[in-house]
Design a protein around this ligand. Structure first.
Ligand code: HSE
Length: 292
């Protein structure tokens, strides 16, 4: 029996659409595995009623196939599905680490990225590694066709999850097929600023660098109250706010000392338009961890 905790993650960070991701200190999924001749999956925790336990339809089932590692698997969800916080990636990453170890497959964390991404593909229709990479490696990750670059980063965050759901499939439908060169130039500049900010642990650079005029405005339009909550977070001290992954979570960057006020301001702003929400006061954190 082996237990692995894998963190929620936030992909895109505005200017790094399908490229940037961060691991969050919290929330997280916990996956327990035990060798078996036939795979069974049980799911408990937040939103578990929406997650299929049939291995052919579960992200973790795809990981079992990839590693040829049948097991009795228990998934305890801490990351709500369809939240924009890498819920399926957390389960897939935890299962990949656990089954790799249980069956002694000897794959490195980097080698597990495409394995866990197969699980993602089952849910979203396309294999994006921008959530599974930080869930496996921790810190801030940059995913390109040539591989993954990772750095640890000391940056405080607030992830505010409203009680509305936006499916990744719908949110991909609003992504523009092309962009104006002016917007591309702005976004490249912001993405570079953000990456430097992560390496320096500088919330001002990270916040400024999250700005994106290409994908984020389309995604924001799917989230009730986005403008109000964005504004409230900035007024409370956030240095930048964007859509986390495909939404509906909003991710704010701030100084550690402003985290509580930013979290409260975001929840209050959602509340003012009649939307319940929960704010996680968190930070860039570690990747999946094993517990025996
Ligand atoms: N980069 C992806 C998106 C993350 O925003 O659609 C969700 O898988």
């Amino acid at each position: 029996m082996l237990t692995v905790r894998a963190p929620a993650t936030s992909a895109n960070l505005g200017s790094g659409f399908d490229v940037f991701g961060v691991a969050l200190e919290r929330p997280a999924d916990v996956v327990r595995v035990e060798r078996a001749s036939e795979t069974t999956i049980t799911v408990t925790g937040v939103g578990s009623q929406y997650i299929p336990e049939d291995p052919a339809k579960n992200t973790v089932g795809a990981v079992v196939e990839e590693l040829d590692a049948p097991a009795h698997i228990r998934i305890d969800k801490g990351v709500r599905p369809a939240s924009g916080l890498g819920s399926s990636a957390a389960s897939a990453a935890a299962a990949a680490v656990a089954l790799n170890e249980l069956y002694d497959r000897g794959l490195s964390r980097e080698e597990l990225v495409p394995v866990a991404a197969e699980g993602e593909a089952l849910v979203s229709g396309e294999a994006h590694a921008d959530n599974v990479a930080p869930a496996l490696l921790g810190g801030f990750t940059i995913v390109t066709d040539d591989g993954v670059t990772q750095v640890d980063a000391d940056v405080s965050l607030v992830a505010c999850l409203p009680e509305i759901s936006v499916s990744t499939r719908n949110a991909r439908g609003v992504v523009p097929e092309s962009a104006a060169m002016d917007d591309v130039v702005d976004t490249v500049g912001n993405a570079a600023t953000l990456a430097v900010g992560m390496t320096r642990g500088d919330p001002d650079l990270v916040g400024r660098g999250m700005d994106d005029g290409i994908v984020t405005p389309e995604r924001a339009a799917l989230i009730d109250g986005y403008e109000d909550v964005h504004e409230a977070a900035l007024e409370a001290g956030a240095t930048g706010v964007t859509v986390s992954g495909a939404g509906p979570t909003l991710l704010a960057v701030c100084r550690r000392s402003d985290r509580r006020a930013v979290a409260a301001a975001m929840v209050d702003a959602f509340d003012a338009i009649g939307v319940e929400s929960r704010a996680y006061q968190t930070a860039v954190g570690d990747g999946a961890t094993t517990h025996r």
